[in-house]
Design a binder for this molecule. Structure first.
Ligand code: FES
Length: 609
């Protein structure tokens, strides 16, 4: 069966159109538009076209043979080693070496080997191509007749790689080679030689993907041979005593001389504690962790790297660098392999930061033809809307409604938190985490109770309690409250906080829909992410107008997308490049100062029910 996929005809000077003719099982035809200069291999794997490979696109296996049948792809230096002159004339190229400079039609032979792949992100199939590679080599011992240097000898055995070599490697190389009887394993991260190990250690390579959240920090230890996680741990960010959100942490830094240093130390301790825990759980020596990837919001990343975050908190909200310079695990206070690089994500802006770029990568939003909406619900909510044709992003200051401390009976999603509420025939049914007596409510409980009160006619569309509608209403001081249990209640002020938060978020996605020229009803899928969003009930989110009114099956929880993005970047350099490309592909929309913001915001304040 053949399926021709039509793409929008939008022109872009830096993009080329590729047409893949597959000769595999379904003989499908696929088209893709990619930035000029992308290799055919990368373009294919981003668009789900499987090309043979056992080296993961590093130019060594010579299995990624494709035939360019229209358009011209330059012959790479490696091509003549893989093809005859006749084959080269006929358009045969190694896909991973072939840069696209113009529109091409490419025949892709059927797979001979199954590429190793892992499922990560929101149902994404990631072809394994880690930056960390190992090469076992057996060198010929130097003699008086052959006085090649130790380093030349090693590099000649890997002449398909162009490597940067740190001084420390050279310092130790002579001893290592001789002790190991010239049988060694080179450890490479991207183009950097990070170690030469004695003997054959090529079966063992690991990385840790961190999600450095303001509240929670998660570490996943990944086996880069299989792409599978070997251990996952999460703990609270030990910066908590400085305040629950990024603004209070920045304020602490502005007020106290040594606060940046102390906050940085707390971030490092948190990351190191997780490293110790995942290594112990997986039984992996920390020295075998050759790379770390850190996703987090811009404030968390800047603090962890010891960079003053103050400019992020005030207009014009400047990030120190959209792409961080090369960093190492040591810069994040993490003791793993001593030369392990630390990979970070770029930032679109101060409030659409590296965590959201990681999230976009995990959702595959910019790779999908369907228009999808991704909302990371939090104190500062990030909203991304688009498809492979065009994607827009914005940040909506949602205020403290989702922050436990600002809600009268608010708490984190821990034992005793009401996380679900139903009102049936005036009776309240609660779902409490840990099956214990309720002591407070978390974000999902708050959204649920408000949605249910609206549905039961106990809260009007303007957000005011209908006091005569239930005996559960009472008064604390001057304030009207609705009792969920003897000790846990929802106050009128809590409702107002939520109302502002959801109006802010809804105004954000309405503006993005306007700018993209679509109606909210045309959105194919809504992905709710972040520590609040992932736990919201789709029905309640629709009822209060937090998300567009769509069939509930189209509203899905995306989970910890920043952490998933970090895992994906550890598993594939191709995906890592896609994350960097997000900077150019996603357009940032500034909400403040927009003429249409106020009217829309006022409209969105009411509860649709
Ligand atoms: S993928 Fe191995 S040589 Fe291209």
């Amino acid at each position: 069966m053949s399926a021709v996929v039509d793409l929008p005809e939008e022109q872009h000077p830096d993009r080329v159109r590729l047409r893949f003719l597959q000769s595999g099982e379904d003989r499908a035809v696929k088209e893709a538009r990619v930035l000029a200069g992308t290799t055919i291999f990368d373009a294919a794997s981003w668009n789900g076209v499987a090309i043979d490979s056992t080296c993961g696109g590093h130019g060594t296996c010579k299995k990624c043979k494709v035939k360019v049948v229209s358009g011209n792809a330059p012959i790479s230096p490696v091509d003549p080693r893989a093809f005859t002159i006749e084959e080269l004339k006929n358009g045969w190229r190694l896909a991973c070496r072939a840069n696209t400079q113009e529109d091409l039609t490419i025949e892709v032979p059927a797979l001979q080997t199954r590429p190793k792949a892992a499922l990560a992100g929101v149902g994404r199939h990631i072809i394994l191509r880690p930056a960390v590679q190992k090469r076992y080599v057996e060198l010929v011992e130097s003699t008086l007749e052959d006085q090649q240097s130790d380093l030349e000898r090693l590099l000649a055995a890997m002449d398909d790689l162009e490597l940067r070599v740190p001084l420390g490697i050279v310092r130790e190389l002579g001893g290592t080679l001789r002790r190991a009887n010239w049988k060694v394993t080179a450890v490479v991260a991207d183009d950097l030689l990070i170690d030469v190990e004695e003997g054959d250690t090529s079966g063992s390579r690991h990385a840790i993907a961190f999600d450095l959240g303001t509240t929670t920090v998660v570490a996943t230890l990944l086996d880069l041979e299989t792409g599978l996680p070997k251990a996952v741990r999460s703990i609270l960010n030990s910066q908590q005593p400085f305040g629950a959100d990024v603004i209070s942490r920045i304020s602490a830094i502005m007020m106290e001389d040594d606060a940046l240093e102390r906050l940085q130390r707390h971030a490092h301790e948190t990351l190191q504690q997780l490293t110790d825990e995942v290594c112990a759980e997986a039984g992996v020596d920390a020295g075998e962790i050759y790379e770390i990837v850190v996703a987090g919001n811009q404030t968390m990343i800047q603090i962890a790297l010891g960079i003053d975050p103050e400019p992020l908190s005030m207009a014009p909200f400047t990030v120190v660098a959209r792409r961080m310079p090369e960093a190492t695990a040591t810069d994040f206070g993490v003791t793993v392999h001593r030369r392990a690089p630390a990979v970070t994500f770029p930032a679109l802006g101060a409030y659409v930061g590296p965590d959201i770029v990681a999230g976009i990568l995990a959702t595959g939003l910019t790779l999908d033809r369907r228009v999808r909406l991704f909302i990371d619900v939090g104190t500062n909510s990030e909203i991304v809307l688009g498809s492979s044709a065009k994607t827009l992003a914005t940040a909506a200051p949602a205020g403290p409604a989702f922050e436990a401390a600002q809600i009268r009976c608010g708490m984190r999603a821990a034992d005793g938190a009401i996380e679900g509420v139903k009102i049936v025939d005036g009776e309240v049914e609660l779902t409490v985490i840990g099956d214990v007596a309720p002591v407070g409510m978390c974000g999902s409980g708050l959204v649920d109770v408000v949605a249910e009160l609206v549905g039961a006619g106990m809260l009007d569309h303007s957000g005011r309690f209908v006091l005569e509608a239930s005996e559960r209403f009472g008064k604390i001081g001057d304030e009207n409250v609705f009792y969920l249990s003897d000790d846990v209640y929802l106050s009128q002020r809590d409702v107002r906080e939520l109302q502002f938060a959801k109006a802010s978020i809804a105004t954000g996605w309405n503006i993005l829909c306007r700018d993209l020229g679509i109606e909210p009803g045309e959105i194919a899928q809504v992905l709710l992410g972040g520590s609040f969003g992932s736990y919201l009930s789709a029905a309640s989110a629709v009822k209060i107008g937090l998300v567009p009114k769509l069939p509930l099956v189209r509203i899905v929880s995306a989970g910890n997308v920043a952490g998933e993005g970090a895992k994906i970047a550890a598993l594939s350099v191709t995906e890592r490049a896609a994350a960097t490309a997000i900077l150019d592909e996603v357009e940032y929309v500034e909400l403040s100062g927009r003429a249409d913001f106020n009217d829309l915001f006022i409209d969105q304040l009411k509860f649709p029910g």
